[in-house]
Design a binder for this molecule. Structure first.
Ligand code: SF4
Length: 329
């Protein structure tokens, strides 16, 4: 399946405006990230909001390196053989959240198909280090699909993030063109399984980029599919072409249309929807907080896992099946 490059709309409309840095906050975020030798998706994916987010002292950390094993047609992150994992990276991310005084952190990673666990343990260690350094923080993870290995997903869930985010990125028909190796149905089941593994005690979130040639009915269908898989938080943003080698922009969706999609999504049953031309998965992520009872039960599970309050109701995960134990071993 190929997209016709002549469909590309070269000229960006007026509503796609990137704000340049105008406050010292941007530079202090930049120097902190440089100082701790961290990688951010803000830079690697050429996010149009980085001037704004960094200026406000937030950023999205990208762990497990800056080289991805997949080559998605929309993504600016480079594809190459990744480097070895850095064992002190979880601590450096934790230190950044402490120094930045974050109340909400988004942690993502490149797809590490070269690793048997897809980088799941590295996610787990990072979540644990962040929680240790900053016990009050809301931890959101934006994860790859771990090649649908349940035992790898279970490792991440064992660390009990508060928000589990995995992007659908596009509608079903365009998935083979837009995403490398990922599958639409698999992404949906990853979202559902993640929630089931913690007995529903988590918020699940997903995002779709618009402007790649998807139809209105296909967007609504994707919303329905996400809801059918218990996803309650949705982000909708405009696809922007990072380089000439990436997929063309077929359409610039108007801000009014984004507002209409937001209204539709809320009416369908999503709990929180961020929708707009420059919305990205982590844009203003702190605007959404899971329900208090979800937060409390996650904290109870974390305490129980540390041995402070042992009780069967606090078991963080369903008992692993023998096959799963074997796989982990
Ligand atoms: S929207 Fe997310 S990726 Fe973009 S700059 Fe903000 S925090 Fe970084």
């Amino acid at each position: 399946m190929k997209m016709d490059p002549t469909l590309h709309r070269e000229k960006k409309p007026d509503w796609i405006k990137v704000r340049l840095p105008n406050n010292p906050g941007f530079w202090s975020t930049k120097s902190l990230i440089t100082d701790l030798k961290l990688v951010t998706v803000c830079e690697e994916a050429q996010c149009p909001n980085r001037w704004e987010c960094w200026g406000q002292g937030t950023a999205t950390f990208m762990i497990a390196g800056d080289k991805c094993t997949r080559a998605c047609g929309f993504c600016a992150v480079k594809t190459a053989k990744p480097d070895a994992l850095e064992s002190d990276e979880p601590q450096r991310v934790a230190e950044a959240t402490r120094r930045m005084n974050l109340r909400h952190v988004v942690i993502t990673a490149v797809a590490r198909d070269d690793l048997r666990d897809g980088g799941a343990e590295h996610f787990k260690l990072t979540i644990e280090a962040v929680r240790q350094a900053n016990p009050e923080i809301i931890i959101e993870v934006l994860v790859p699909d771990f090649n649908d290995r349940d035992w790898a997903l279970a490792m991440v869930m064992q660390a009990r993030p508060h928000i589990f985010n995995h992007n659908l990125e596009t509608v079903e028909r365009l998935t083979p063109l837009v995403r490398s190796r990922a599958q639409y149905q698999r992404s949906l089941t990853v979202l559902k399984k993640a929630k089931e593994m913690v007995h529903g005690k988590i918020a699940t979130k997903s995002g779709i980029m618009l402007g790649l040639g998807e139809r209105h009915d296909e967007i609504l269908r994707a919303m329905d599919d996400l809801l059918a898989h218990d996803v309650t938080v949705l982000t909708l943003g405009q696809y922007l072409r990072p380089t000439q080698k990436h997929l063309p922009v077929v359409e610039y969706i108007t801000p009014q249309a984004f507002d209409e999609y937001k209204a539709i999504a809320l009416a369908k049953g999503f709990r929180h929807v961020a929708s707009g031309p420059l919305v990205r998965s982590s844009y203003h992520a702190a605007d959404f907080r899971p329900e208090l009872d979800v937060l409390e039960s996650i904290e109870a599970d974390v305490r129980a896992a540390r041995g402070l309050e042992i009780g069967p109701e606090h078991l963080p995960l369903p008992s692993p099946k023998p096959a799963l134990i074997q796989a982990i071993a």
